[in-house]
Design a protein around this ligand. Structure first.
Ligand code: CP
Length: 296
């Protein structure tokens, strides 16, 4: 496995994270002033699960960086003939691709890719990790508050099935933020930091909402979408309880009217589309690291 792979946030120390954030900031501010030696490099995107934000922001970032990009369609490739993830990845490496971006429904799928020598960027594994989402979330928080130490982060909703929640909780605590959780008790991974939602909303500088992951089996018996919003979602009354400087985040896609009242998705305190915008610069910075390019 390449040391420049990014599989989980545990792969990065505080300095690594800082360097990636600095690079992403530079990609945002120094538009087109940079030139990286990537003209003869290539990447293959291998998405075994649907994606809009992650897939297409990686693809756009790759094209802006000058990479040759192959989008491997799992529905028309030899994956349909039963070729394993390892054999598919090894094939792409053998053809000559220099980088793999992989999303897969299996937790820790990358454990079977130990013998792949080109860098792998994990674009999401089951309910495990989503490091590029975590890094763009960090970028969004840093832009807002300038630091992580003592920032109060409330993560709300379906923590059990969320790879975003586990990556973000681990990393934000490592960086000195205070993290609490709220949501249905069935969906909490660790009850120790669990608080009632209204209390958490008043405490938070950042309210990070999570999608109810129905495709991973998340469901609450006898609870309608309206009841979920009322009990566990950000409705208009709770929006009014937020601190004046507080922000709302959500990795998206959003289930409007379930995790958040539809009218609040683009409210003044929402940074949901800002997160997606930051995803472009952040994914360029992650690719830069994967190719071990130090300078711009
Ligand atoms: N946030 C996120 O991972 O979105 P996609 O599933 O659309 O990539």
């Amino acid at each position: 496995m390449s040391p420049y792979s990014l599989l989980t946030m545990e792969d990065l120390g505080v300095n690594d994270i800082q360097n990636i954030l600095d690079d992403a900031y530079r990609f945002t501010t120094d538009k087109k002033k940079w030139k990286l030696p990537l003209e003869n490099k290539s990447a293959a995107n291998l998405f075994y699960e649907p994606s809009t934000r992650t897939h297409f922001s990686f693809k756009y970032a790759q094209s802006q960086l000058g990479l040759f990009v192959a989008d491997v369609d799992t529905a028309t490739s030899s994956v349909t003939k039963g070729e394993s993830l390892y054999d598919t990845a090894k094939t792409l490496e053998s053809i000559g691709y220099d980088l793999l971006i992989i999303r897969h429904p299996q937790d820790k799928y990358y454990a079977e890719l130990e013998n792949i020598n080109i860098p792998i960027i994990n674009a999401g594994d089951g309910s495990g990790s989503h490091p590029s989402q975590c890094l763009l979330d960090l970028m969004t928080i840093k832009e807002e508050f300038g630091k992580f130490e003592n920032i109060n982060i409330l993560i709300v909703g379906d923590l059990l099935h969320s790879r975003v929640a586990s990556s973000n909780k681990y990393t934000l605590e490592m960086l000195g933020a205070n993290v609490k959780c709220s949501g249905p008790k069935e969906w909490m991974r660790d009850n120790s930091s669990c608080v009632p939602l209204d209390e958490g909303v008043k405490w938070a500088d950042v309210v990070m909402l999570l999608r109810v992951q129905k495709e991973r089996g998340a469901s609450l018996t006898n609870m309608s979408d309206e009841e979920y919003l009322d009990k566990y979602g950000l409705n208009k009354q709770r929006y009014e309880m937020l601190k004046s400087h507080a922000i709302i985040m959500h990795p998206a896609p959003v289930n409007r009217g379930i995790e958040i009242d539809s009218s609040l998705v683009e409210a003044k305190k929402s940074r949901i589309f800002k997160q997606m915008q930051n995803g472009m610069s952040m994914r360029k910075a992650i690719i830069k690291r994967a190719f071990n390019i130090r300078e711009f």
